[in-house]
Design a protein around this ligand. Structure first.
Ligand SMILES: *Cc1c(COP(=O)(O)O)cnc(C)c1O
Length: 407
């Protein structure tokens, strides 16, 4: 049997909820299931206001509109991220300014943020990679001192925390994803979390085509009209009904993923001790949600050989990201601050292992196959191990310049 990289997990009540939405006769957005998802997110993430969107990409676009980004304004962010982090701001004419990542968490290196600030900097957009928190105390302090807003791209980070605070509740705004490759899913879906109370009312209007429709439904105005720029960012009740079932089971989904994550982590420990790979780092004070298990190999040749041989063994593993600063649109629409050795090197070394609920029955097979491949002399041994510990950027291979299918 072949083992996929991802398999969407269904909790069981999704279709029941969808049937109920159907029976209720309210199929467009903002019905009872949407309201219950909002309440759930506000309660469990601790956000001031949660608003479902049709994707995390949409939530990031809303954030860029809400923060009034103007052409030429700058947004400091990592290059080691999904395209939407940058695209949302580029659509407003703003310029992403990429800084390098830390080699341990693969998150934005907070020490590089302050030197990258210019007179045009307006926003710091952080990405909690693999559901592991960025150094939020330092980042919020920099933002406060320079009058900048902070957006958390928390697409991967539902149920993760930093010093006891849920990710998504710390920045002025945050975006979650419920894409089927994430932990809690709705097919396509997302949410904007608004923590700055002064942004709540406008966020509702931007989401409702620039109208004050939400105020109208609360009886605060007696007719609704066009008041601002906006678009249609809300999902259908059918999507919210599906999501409501998933959110209810969010804690058990996280627990089951964590069990798989920790089995990989224990398996990889002696391999790391023998210099065959590097494991993820979880800083003290951070809890994570087991969004992904990755290993870092010695370089591009080893990584490509590993993925190929795993595939031959019927197991799908994937890499990401092609750094945005070296992508065609990144070269046109953004700039870098300083060299990017860790971003370049990590994107050559990283492999994501299969992680989905149900993998438990096949995980031994995955680990045995991986260990056998990693122990093959000649492919891996000849190049020596430990390259991923070095911080020097290596020459990139154009073969890597294809998009990962991992979402
Ligand atoms: C998945 C992901 C997104 C995009 O999420 P969608 O819901 O598919 O729009 C954005 N940023 C990061 C870091 C992601 O992992």
């Amino acid at each position: 049997m072949s083992i996929p990289f991802n398999r969407p997990y269904l909790v069981g009540r999704e279709l029941h909820n969808i049937a109920q939405a159907h029976a209720n006769g309210h199929l467009s957005g903002d019905g009872m299931f949407t309201r219950s998802c909002h309440a759930w997110l506000e309660q469990h993430v601790g956000a001031r206001k949660a608003l479902l969107t049709h994707s995390c990409t949409a939530a990031l676009e809303m954030a860029a509109i809400l923060l009034d980004l103007q052409p030429g304004d700058e947004v400091i962010m990592p290059s080691f991220t999904f395209v939407s982090t940058a695209n949302a701001f580029v659509l407003r004419g703003a310029v992403p300014v990429f800084v390098d990542i830390r080699p341990d968490t693969l998150n934005i290196d907070e020490a590089l943020i302050e030197p990258a600030i210019t007179a045009r900097t307006r926003v710091i957009c952080v990405v909690h990679y693999a559901g592991v928190a960025c150094e939020m105390d330092t980042i919020m302090d920099i933002a406060t001192r320079h009058g900048l807003k902070v957006v958390e791209d928390a697409a991967q980070a539902i149920f993760s925390s930093y010093k006891g605070r849920a990710l998504g509740s710390i920045g002025d705004l945050a975006a979650l994803s419920f894409h089927e490759t994430k932990n809690v899913i709705a097919g396509e879906g997302g949410a904007l979390l608004v923590n700055d109370p002064t942004l709540v009312e406008r966020a509702e209007m931007i989401r409702e085509k620039g109208t004050n429709r939400s105020k109208y439904f609360r009886g605060q105005v007696d007719k609704y009209t066009w008041v601002d720029i906006g678009s249609s960012y809300l999902p259908s009740e059918l999507v919210a009904a599906f999501l409501a079932a998933q959110l209810e089971q969010g804690e058990s989904i996280t627990a089951r993923r964590l069990a798989i994550w920790w089995r990989y982590h224990a398996w990889a420990e002696p391999l790391e001790a023998r210099g065959m790979l590097r494991r993820p780092t979880i800083p003290a004070g951070c809890t994570h949600n087991a969004h992904m298990y990755y290993i870092l190999l010695d370089g591009l040749a080893q990584r490509s050989a590993f993925i190929e041989r795993m595939k031959a063994a019927g197991i799908s593993t994937v890499f990401h990201y092609v750094p945005l600063h070296s992508s065609p649109a990144g070269l046109r629409c953004a700039r870098t601050y300083g060299p990017m050795p860790h971003t370049d090197h990590i994107s050559d070394c990283l492999v994501r292992m299969p992680l989905w609920i149900g993998l438990e029955a096949h995980q031994d097979q995955v680990m045995q196959a991986a260990e056998k491949i990693l122990s093959t002399r000649g492919v891996f041994g000849a190049h020596g191990w430990g390259g991923c510990f070095s911080t020097a950027g290596k020459t990139r291979n154009p073969r890597n310049a294809q998009l990962s299918n991992a979402g």
